[in-house]
Design a protein around this ligand. Structure first.
Ligand code: SAH
Length: 365
């Protein structure tokens, strides 16, 4: 039989060529089979990873140019009825000083954001007791009336369909609900018994049916997560077709049961940004605070890998330290809405700028 390679160098060369080919196919067809996703996640050749990021960035630039969307994040509350094992504001964490912003505080944050130029407000928080739903609906409708030209994004966890519907009717446009892990066994290890991936997926389906622009995603490198799990998540997202994809590394929080587990990887997070950019050229993919927390260059790395959104913090400064999902959360400078000039400067170093438009998902004709 004829030998197709003569030595180790030829073999590596061939491997690299195959991996680059996979990136090209993903760009062309927006799809790969599961073993190819796995190969891209496991490949340890730096030139392939650089190629993956470069192709993703090219595709992002074709659709969005050099503009990066900004969303003003309002951390509505750290009160939570859930007990996710990784999350610093889980209900069992007695070390947390709990708060719920008042309507007035939320409106002030939005006002400040609006004056700075933000046209999307993201209300994120722990999961309030169910009897607070009418207040949430009222709050959304107040924001809608005051800022008719702004998008309202919610990231408030799991609610019955009627609540999602009332929030939508009140004026919410988008909803972020990471599925966290599509694999039931892995999901089960990260969450208490009362929570299930079935319910999470049901919520995502409702949100879609109700006409929200929907975001989902995972923590990268959460405890016990295998590459197979991530491939399963990629395939779920590919099938679900969200408008937004939220991915950040797992970062331990010392008062949680998972506080001693290892931090997730920035490299893997960025590879996933690239894979999703190639899969969904139009998607809104934030370069997350968690990524910027574990690497001081995280934000720009994320953008260079294909992300196109950043979410500076608009919450009142006094509560920011209490919204501690994980340790070391980046809360100042370019991470804060007041630091917008710094963010502009940071983006300029990589040839990008802020796009102040509300930046709805671009539907393909
Ligand atoms: N209660 C809402 C919002 C949760 S906070 C909800 O359940 O959707 C938003 C995201 O922060 C979560 O979806 C989770 O993926 C992420 N997160 C929570 N704890 C984290 C940690 N320790 N490290 C990294 N990300 C975390």
């Amino acid at each position: 039989m004829k030998k197709i390679w003569n030595n180790k160098r030829d073999f590596i060369f061939l491997q690299v060529a195959i991996m680059r080919e996979l990136v090209d196919i993903l760009r062309e067809q927006q799809h790969l089979d599961s073993s190819s996703y796995q190969a891209l996640l496991e490949c340890n050749d730096k030139s392939v990873v650089a190629y993956l990021h470069g192709q993703a960035r090219e595709v992002g630039d074709e659709v969005f140019g050099k503009g990066i969307f900004v969303r003003g994040l309002v951390e509505l509350t750290n009160v939570c009825r859930n007990d996710c094992l990784y999350c610093g504001i889980r209900k069992s964490n007695t070390a947390v000083e709990r708060y719920v912003l008042t309507t007035e505080q939320v409106l002030q944050s939005c006002q400040q954001g609006y004056e700075l130029g933000f046209r999307t407000f993201v209300l994120q928080g722990g999961e309030l007791p169910r009897d607070k739903a009418p207040w949430l609906v009222e709050l959304v409708s107040e924001i809608r009336q005051r800022w008719k030209d702004c998008a309202i994004t919610l990231s408030l966890g799991e609610w019955p369909r009627e609540v999602y519907e009332a929030l939508k009717q009140a004026g919410a446009n988008r909803y972020l609900l990471r599925h966290e892990s599509h694999n039931a066994v892995h999901y089960g290890k990260l969450h208490p018994d009362e929570m299930s991936i079935t319910n999470r997926l049901q919520c995502l389906m409702w949100l879609k049916e109700l006409g929200y622009q929907v975001g989902t995603g995972i923590m990268v490198g959460s405890p016990w997560q295998s590459i197979d799990n991530i491939v399963e998540d990629i395939e779920f997202i590919e099938h679900f077709k969200p408008e937004m994809i939220g991915l950040g590394p797992f970062v331990p929080q010392h008062d949680t049961p998972l506080g001693k587990y290892a931090t997730g990887s920035a490299d893997l997070t960025c590879r996933l940004y690239s894979i999703f950019r190639l899969m969904f050229p139009n998607a809104l993919i934030p370069s997350t605070t968690a990524l910027n927390t574990i690497d001081p260059n995280g934000r720009t790395m994320g953008i260079m890998a294909g992300a196109n959104v950043v979410m500076p913090n608009l919450s009142p400064v006094s509560v920011r330290k209490n919204y501690n999902l994980y340790d070391g959360k980046a809360i100042s400078n370019a991470e804060a809405a007041e630091g917008i000039a710094l963010l502009e400067a940071q983006l300029a170093t990589i040839g990008y700028h802020i796009n102040w438009n509300r930046g709805d998902f671009i539907f393909k004709c």
